[in-house]
Design a protein around this ligand. Structure first.
Ligand code: FMN
Length: 344
């Protein structure tokens, strides 16, 4: 299944493993890349959050594979030297989410890496284009982990149309709720060149996910997640106002998710208790970031079998279309990728 993404990044499948903080370590990123997708190591909060894995150790697991690395942009802005350190490991791309990518783009592009920007609104798309992103990830609110308000189904085609007008060479990836071949096929039909998958890889054999968290994901339905700002406030992590956190419901969210103002007033009050609960792997207290597609996940396969199952199912669903290719967008009725020079 060729798309503009597979061509531009030299990969076999249009599937990117999301840089999930504390979850996408070197083994998972390497497994996805060696299976023909693109693994993006979770650089998370660039080492500023308690419990993050050592980046140098994780990078060692990927040696010899094509890989990217992702950061939470507002956190990277506090420790910008971390970017220079990872660029010495020659990632093929840097994936930035949640904040303005423009201050980092020159360094990234100068190193020869591509820039991928995950966005949650059209304002973010403009920033990403200005930053020189090769690919923009339109993230819907269904996604696990942090995100914002737009939904994948209308947001992805709206960004596809916007890019067709403003920056036709920029690739588009869809994120949020994509866990199987049905999701992959749907995303391509919406005008995406590929997908970013997070929650489905949470329970992969190679993820850093603790077994007790993985069990919860495999048992949950899509009704069992909630998007809230309360937990970040309580655990003392200063997320910008526009973002919230989609997690599996647990005792802590039952108590606090609907009381965001109270949680903001109690900012940081659970820092110590939360860290202690994390060390005990107490997932009644510590939240598990996960998206609505948990309801489609019931097993713990290897990353390669996740990838292969997605591609096989999407190919069969797309039928004849899968034998066409999506490289120039002509196989997709919804997206007119007219070269900028031919536009009025
Ligand atoms: C546990 C978890 C942690 C995440 N951490 C990050 C992160 O550190 N940086 C980031 O850009 N995105 C992060 N994401 C969001 C993903 O990049 C992606 O948008 C999302 O997983 C896609 O939706 P899905 O979970 O439905 O597949 C995280 C997602 C999950 C589930």
């Amino acid at each position: 299944m060729q798309t503009r993404l597979t061509e531009a990044f030299g990969i076999r499948h249009p599937i990117v493993c999301a840089p999930m903080a504390l979850i996408t370590g070197g083994r998972l990123a390497a497994a996805v890349s060696s299976a023909g997708g693109l693994g993006i190591l979770g650089g998370g909060y660039a080492g500023t959050l308690a419990g993050e894995p050592d980046l140098t150790q994780e990078l060692a697991h990927i040696r010899g594979q094509k890989f990217g690395i992702g950061f939470t942009t507002w956190a990277l802005a506090r420790v910008p030297h971390v970017l220079d350190e990872v660029l010495h490991h020659f990632p093929c791309c840097v994936f930035l989410s949640f904040g303005d990518p423009r201050p980092f783009s020159e360094r990234i592009l100068r190193s020869g890496a591509k820039l991928i920007c995950q966005v949650q609104s059209l304002r973010h798309v403009d920033q990403a284009i200005e930053a020189g992103a090769s690919a923009i990830v339109a993230q819907g609110a269904e996604a696990g982990g942090h995100g914002a308000l737009r939904s994948t189904l209308p947001f992805v085609p709206e960004v596809a149309d916007y890019l067709a007008m403003k920056s036709p060479a920029t690739l588009l990836l869809a994120a949020g709720g994509i866990a199987n071949g049905r999701g992959l096929a749907a995303a391509l039909m919406l005008g995406a060149d590929g997908v970013v998958v997070g929650t489905r890889f949470l329970t992969s054999e190679e993820a850093l996910t603790p077994a007790a968290a993985s069990d919860r994901v495999a048992r949950a339905t899509g009704d069992d997640t909630v998007r809230t700002k309360a937990i970040d406030a309580l655990r003392g992590v200063s997320w910008p106002e526009e973002f919230s956190f989609r997690v599996l419901k647990n005792k802590l969210t039952e108590q606090w998710s609907h009381r965001e103002a109270d949680a903001t007033a109690a900012f940081g009050s659970l820092v110590a208790a939360y860290a202690e609960a994390r060390s005990r792997q107490d997932f009644d207290m510590v939240v598990v970031g996960a998206g609505e597609c948990v309801g489609l996940i019931h097993d713990r396969p290897s990353a390669v079998s996740i990838l292969e199952a997605m591609v096989t199912e999407a190919r069969s669903l797309l039928g004849r279309r899968a034998t066409l290719n999506f490289v120039d967008g002509t196989a997709n009725p919804g997206v007119q990728r007219t070269p900028a020079s031919e536009r009025r």
